[in-house]
Design a protein around this ligand. Structure first.
Ligand code: URA
Length: 230
């Protein structure tokens, strides 16, 4: 791997900033300053330091974000604030994207990663990764509604896959899905003549929204949590 690419992949610098640091002799490979950005390194066996700090190569980054209202699940947008605006510029450079989408007014657990294959896998209904959402509805959800929602409802030409609904009170519950169609839960509630007034994702497979994260805050996934992508 090229030395400048290595720095970029860690989010330490853009390609051009990395080139500058390398030419300035701030990057050592096995203790020797290598001043050419295209110098080839082996991230597994070489020891690379930047201004004295040892850099450890990690192929992919995984971040848990507690999404506030008003942010779109995209990498960039001309008009709207995106979930990527909430993380450090250093991490943004790594090519992160949201693993699945939450609507602008949906809150809670969003995973950001640069692991395209892993994201594809966990999002595919084939892999049955469950996501749990807390919701509040405008009107009470009856037992018949729960049965209909659980067995599948028509959301405009698409019959939703079986899911679980647990009501906590008349208008408040949790819904567990293995798929994620556009506005799925809102459209499911509309299919039973109701309306979502609050929606928050609280789990994604084995990953639970960390209660210590305030809205807008994030942290890296732990190695146990990352397992879902492997
Ligand atoms: N279902 C919705 O309707 N919106 C979301 O953001 C997620 C699931």
């Amino acid at each position: 791997m090229r030395l400048d690419k290595f720095l970029t992949s860690l989010g330490k610098a853009t390609r051009s900033e990395g080139g500058k640091l390398i030419r300035q002799g701030k990057v050592l490979v096995n203790g020797i300053a290598q001043k050419s950005p295209d110098f080839k390194i082996d991230p597994d066996s070489d020891t690379i330091t930047l201004s004295g700090e040892v850099l450890t190569y990690k192929k992919y980054t995984y971040i848990m974000l507690n999404k506030p209202e008003g942010y779109v699940s995209a990498t960039d947008d001309e008009k709207e604030k995106t979930v990527l605006d909430l993380v450090d510029p250093q991490d943004r450079r790594r090519g992160l994207f949201p693993c699945g989408r939450l609507d602008k007014n949906t809150l809670g657990l969003v995973i950001l990663t640069n692991d395209g294959d892993g994201a594809h896998r966990v999002l595919s209904p084939k892999h049955h990764v469950e996501k749990i959402y807390k919701f509040i509805s405008r009107d009470p959800v009856s037992e018949n509604d729960v049965k209909a929602l659980e067995s599948g409802v028509d959301i405009g030409g698409y019959l939703t896959k079986p899911c679980r609904v647990k009501m906590i009170s008349e208008c408040e519950g949790e819904i567990t899905l293995i798929e994620g169609k556009y506005h799925q839960i809102k459209r499911m509630l509309e299919a039973v003549n109701n309306k979502i007034v609050y929606l928050e994702r609280i789990t994604f497979g084995n990953i639970q929204l960390d209660p210590s994260l305030k809205r807008g805050e994030w942290r890296y996934l732990t190695p146990d949590e990352e397992e879902i992508f492997k």
